[in-house]
Write a protein that binds this ligand. Structure first.
Ligand code: ADP
Length: 421
């Protein structure tokens, strides 16, 4: 039941027929305000000017059929429900009336409060539902247009980001090339400085004072530090510029581990650290780049020794399923705070970045290790507890093939699985 007060219009030239509609409506329980007109012309003008909820139209108006009136009203934008009151025998025209836009029809002979009330309520309900659908459609259209606009904007932004990305890649490539060239140029004079300091320190002529020996030793050690830094920069820029190639060969991993450990043992001895090696490999032959593998091992071992004051450094090599090798370097050193773990593989990142820091280094070792392992189709992971020690683990295939290496260089990504679970 519609509770609102309905504004209704009767269009009929016959006063008696208008009265019977009025009576029937009054008898119904509907609340309404009724206006009456007796011609199609006045009806058209009134409906255009005032807002009604529904109109009852006589099918046979003087000079105008109900059908053409319905058409006229619909064409002029009148949307409210129009119910046609048909005379005897006019029902056949009902179909064409409905097609023209009438909402319903009632035979005048059957006018009753129930029939009018039912038709009126049904027509208004349908009208409201249609209006709601139209509004929802309109909202959908607007949302759609908004989405299309947003989409276009996003597309433009995406293109802009892509352009910037390309520019950045080019700048980065130029930077890496510049660094690679510069590092190469710097190494030549530096090697001369190191070489001549070594000759001077050999003291063949024995004519250096102890003060001069001290000075030359400092030149030598600073030169060597600088050379290590330049080599690291050269490595990293070569890898980033895609100009580093692995030289694959067959070698004995156990022998490489032993040689690296022997070289670093004096550093561990100086700090009275226990340097333990455990090779749990039945077959220690592998195919990889010997020098680069040695560089990775040296990085991990020298870090472990550098950042450990008491206790031990434990290196273990073992075989994993699917022809993989796992090397772990575990220490009882200073450890790494959890919030630093994700940064230690970034180039130049050091946990202690103060000028007064205790440990020397360039902050490039782990970045290079990570990049090299990536080229080797391997990965590095770390687990550490601040103040307790760290464990670095690397995995790589036992046999790295040239094809696999090219493929991995192409899909080059700098971040791999880093944290042990
Ligand atoms: P560098 O050793 O030259 O500073 P690395 O890239 O090898 O540079 O290491 C980056 C940083 O990670 C180090 O400065 C140090 O803070 C931290 N780190 C690396 N290895 C260890 C370790 N075994 N124990 C504690 N901290 C470590």
């Amino acid at each position: 039941m519609i509770d609102d007060c309905l504004r209704l219009l009767i269009v009929d030239d016959d006063e008696v027929d208008r009265m019977s509609v009025r009576r029937a409506l009054t008898k119904s329980r509907l609340k309404f305000e009724l206006s009456e007109v007796d011609s199609a012309e006045v009806a058209a003008a009134v409906l255009k000017e005032s807002a009604f909820d529904c109109a009852f139209l006589d099918y046979r108006l003087p000079g105008q059929s109900g059908l053409s009136l319905v058409r006229l009203l619909r064409e002029s934008g009148v949307r409210i429900p129009l119910i046609i009151l048909t005379g005897q025998g006019d029902e056949e025209t009902a179909v064409s009336l409905m097609k023209a836009g009438a909402s319903d029809y009632i035979s005048k002979a059957k006018i009753s409060s129930e029939a009018l009330s039912r038709a009126l309520q049904a027509a208004i309900r349908i009208y409201k539902a249609e209006q709601e659908t139209a509004m929802a459609n309109q909202r959908l259209r607007e949302t759609n247009e908004l989405l299309i606009r947003k989409n276009r904007e996003l597309e433009l932004q995406r293109e802009q980001i892509q352009r910037q990305n390309m520019q950045l890649t080019e700048v980065s490539r130029l930077k890496s090339e510049f660094l690679a060239t510069m590092s190469h140029e710097l190494r030549t004079p530096l090697n001369a400085i190191i070489g001549f300091s070594q000759i001077l320190l050999r003291q063949t002529k024995g004519n250096l004072t102890s003060y001069q020996i001290d000075m030359v030793s400092r030149v030598l050690s600073n030169g060597q530090n600088l050379l290590a830094l330049i080599s690291d920069i050269l490595d990293i820029s070569k890898i980033e510029a895609g100009r580093l190639e692995l030289k694959l060969e067959e070698f004995d991993l156990a022998q490489l581990i032993q040689a690296t450990v022997d070289e670093l043992r004096s550093l561990a001895d100086q700090k009275e650290l226990l340097l333990k090696v455990e090779i749990a490999l039945e077959d220690s032959q592998i195919c990889n780049d010997y020098q680069r593998m040695r560089q990775i091992l040296t990085n991990l071992l020298s870090n472990a020794i550098k950042f450990t004051e008491d206790g031990c450094v434990h290196l273990k090599a073992e075989a994993l399923p699917a022809n993989q090798i796992l090397l772990s370097v575990k220490d009882t050193g200073i450890g790494i705070a959890a919030d630093q773990l994700e940064h230690i593989f970034d180039a130049f990142h050091q946990v202690d970045q103060t000028v007064t820091r205790k440990h020397q280094g360039t902050g490039l070792g782990l970045a290079i290790t990570d990049l090299l392992l990536n080229m080797m189709q391997g990965s590095i992971a770390v687990e550490s507890e601040y103040g307790q020690g760290s464990c670095f683990q690397i995995r790589f295939p036992r046999r790295l093939s040239a094809e696999a290496q090219t493929a991995s260089a192409k899909s080059f990504v700098t971040s791999s699985q880093r944290f042990l679970t």
